[in-house]
Write a protein that binds this ligand. Sequence first.
Ligand code: HEM
Length: 195
Amino acid sequence: METTATTLRWAIVFLVTHQDVQKKMQKEIDDVVGRDRRPTMADKMDLPYSTAVVLEMQRKANIVSFNVPRYTTVDTEIGGHSIPAHTTIFPQITSVLDGPDAYADPDRFDPSRFLESDGKTFNKTAMDHFVPFSLGKRVCAGESLARMELFIILLSLVQRYSFDVPKGGSLPDMTPIFGATLTPHPYECKVTLRI
Ligand code: HEM
């Protein structure tokens, strides 16, 4: 699906621009899965750092920054704000995914923000604010499928290949193209087979 493909295009941008994260992820996959078989969902519990990379790249990609609009049918109060009936609201997922209360220094790409200092336990505040699929009754119907696809496809790619800037090339442009989803500008990437 376009949303999953766009998120994966962002993931490669973050790996190219953060070689330290890519190497740490490859080491964890090598140690836990090895190179003779593909990662599966059954490995997820043993791959906390790689799981955190998937979360952080989705937080930073923030592809549905403006959520689907809502319309109040009655006078409503949310968080102390009065919203009259018949008002159209554009909820912004960005305000949560980039909110400094849950994510200190939110502009920084830092997968470890999802983990406690033991490197294994997931940080509750960071996890509670992770809402790229929205929340509530109209939450994304494909969330489970998308999460599984992102985990398996990204880990399989990172296990098998390294991603870097081509010789003489430049780092990808991190400014998103605004549209129904936020997409990365086209970029060049050197892909090297590891196994
Ligand atoms: C990274 C991938 C994806 C992201 C970030 C994403 C995000 C979202 C968001 C933010 C919404 C709006 C929820 C709301 O109105 O509050 C949504 C709705 C929806 N998504 Fe996704 N989505 C993704 C992948 C998928 C996939 C793979 C499918 C289907 C296989 C899917 C199916 C749907 C459907 C059917 C809705 C409408 C739900 C409703 O209005 O009841 N999504 N998605």
